[in-house]
Design a protein around this ligand. Structure first.
Ligand code: ADP
Ligand code: F6P
Length: 462
């Protein structure tokens, strides 16, 4: 096992999950998800290291190798999980950066924990990075790490990518520690965002808050130039495209429709159970279509998969109760014996089952109130080589910049959502294939390899 690496990823979580095998022994398994898929080949090529939390509070785990990656666990105590992860990351930054759709909590205790944990990540990275190494820091949990790390190791080339939206100056201004966060990010050489609007918000903020000079997308600080630029993340198109063609997946998709009672229309939502995703808004629109008689009982089924997420954070608990109440009401009012219009599954699924669900669904409903990108929308497109299926997509998702042939909706506009769902359900096969072909071209070209490749080229070349 090597001590130092020339290429480092620093993220809140390690790219592995601990699983218990049939023999009762614990083992590590690579986590599903785009980031890991995109970065794993680069890590293997460059003998890189990945620093992150291993998921168990209060436990120290020694560095280990897995799947060609050197993994360096960063420990978090139970109190830090509560204050840094559930607290400052997910009850302060998360709602603030998502248009304040829930009220952010501003607490000095949470901030202190965030700073302390960021400091631990920076020190760990400084230990592991080789001379002049490239370090790529991920996401909103670690915004102070770039500057902390630069102070410890000025020789490094440091990149940062924010997976969630970066808010307008007027919202960001609420944050009592706004200066520290911006100065933290400015420790990087390159700060990446999902959308050009996020990069522009950041540059504007540097000028307004710190009075920094800028030339287009470059900000000057202490004689250094920091670039802010958009790199829209994507999915592994060919992996999904290949997977969904497997006969067992096609058969499972058929079986799903049969289990649902062969509805004329199957609508699908797949999300973490998060208040930014607009799950309640889409269910309301669907229930009004049933109540108005625009959709006949038995004609359509709405399958909503909601992965449990951040369950100890108060807003997430509240959301779960409210969605469960709403589903109960809709089904109570509109079910018939043997048919329930909403199938709600508060569960996580493996990639194969998700692929089958995407292939089975006629209408994919993605209606976040704000979302950095939304990979579910792109996964759906990657799974529809048959050119069937329609995508209803919120204007407030980063993916809307690229998937222009989706049925676009404003999730705050119930009537507009109802119209879009109906139009999507009734579109002709010709219309659907025209839209799908063009969206597939986009996702196939701008896939996740390209995202990682373009970010690293900009970081190392610039
Ligand atoms: P976010 O990063 O906010 O969770 P994204 O849509 O960008 O939202 O990414 C969600 C990822 O989680 C997707 O890759 C999706 O396939 C996966 N996912 C969502 N719901 C489930 C589920 N119930 N089971 C398994 N994976 C899920
Ligand atoms: O995309 C936002 C994000 O927070 C990622 O950083 C993370 O991988 C994912 O959502 C799941 O969140 P969590 O790690 O809090 O379960």
């Amino acid at each position: 096992m090597k001590a130092r690496s020339s290429f480092l990823i620093v993220a809140n979580r390690l790219p592995v999950d601990r699983v218990v095998g049939a023999d009762g022994a614990a083992a590590w398994r690579r986590s599903p998800g785009g980031l890991v898929t995109a970065i794993a080949p680069v890590m293997q090529r460059r003998e890189g290291a990945w620093l992150g939390w291993h998921g168990a509070p209060g436990e120290e785990v020694k560095p280990f190798d897995h799947d060609g990656m050197h993994l360096v666990p960063v420990p978090l105590s139970a109190a830090e999980v509560e204050l840094y992860y559930e607290g400052f990351s997910n009850a302060t930054i998360w709602p603030l950066y998502h248009d304040v759709v829930a009220t952010p909590i501003y607490s000095r205790v949470l901030w202190d924990a965030y700073r302390a944990v960021n400091d631990r990540f920076a020190r760990a990275a400084a230990e592991v990075a080789d001379e002049n190494a490239v370090v790529w820091i991920q996401d909103y949990q670690l915004q102070l790490v770039p500057a902390m790390l630069r102070k410890l190791r000025p020789d490094l080339r440091i990149g940062f990518f924010l997976h969630i939206p970066f808010p307008p100056v007027e919202l960001f201004w609420q944050l009592p520690w706004r200066r520290e966060i911006v100065e933290g990010l400015l420790g990087a050489d390159l700060v990446g965002f999902q959308r050009p609007g996020g990069a522009a918000n950041f540059v504007r903020l540097c000028r307004r808050l710190l009075g920094l000079q800028h030339h287009r997308n470059e900000v000057e600080l202490d004689g250094r130039r920091i670039r802010a630029e958009a790199f829209p993340i994507s999915v592994d198109f060919s992996e999904l495209d290949t997977l969904v063609r497997e006969p067992s997946i096609v058969a499972r998709a058929k079986e799903i429709r049969s289990e649902l009672g062969e509805p004329e229309h199957m609508l699908l939502g797949v999300d973490r159970l998060d208040y930014t995703k607009g799950i309640g808004q889409r269910l309301k629109a669907f229930s009004e279509l049933l109540a108005d008689g625009a959709v006949k009982p038995g004609e359509a089924v709405f399958v909503q998969i909601a992965t449990p997420s951040r369950e100890r954070v108060e807003e997430y608990r509240r959301l779960r109760n409210s969605i469960e109440l709403q589903v109960g009401r809709i089904n109570g009012e509109h079910s018939q014996l043997g048919h329930q219009p909403v199938q709600y599954l508060h569960q996580s699924y493996n990639r194969r089952e998700l692929a089958a669900l995407y292939f089975a669904a006629d209408v994919m409903v993605v209606t976040p109130l704000r979302d950095g990108m939304n990979l579910v929308a792109k996964e759906y497109i990657a799974c529809r080589h048959d050119l069937r299926g329609s995508l209803v997509l919120s204007e407030f998702a980063g993916a809307a910049d690229e998937l222009k042939q989706a049925f676009s909706v404003n999730p705050y506009d119930v009537e507009g959502m109802k119209r879009a769902m109906l139009t999507a359900m009734r579109a002709t096969p010709h219309e659907l294939s025209r839209r799908m072909r063009s969206m597939r071209r986009r996702v196939a070209t701008y896939n996740v390899d390209r995202w990682a490749g373009e970010f690293l080229a900009a970081l190392e070349g610039g």
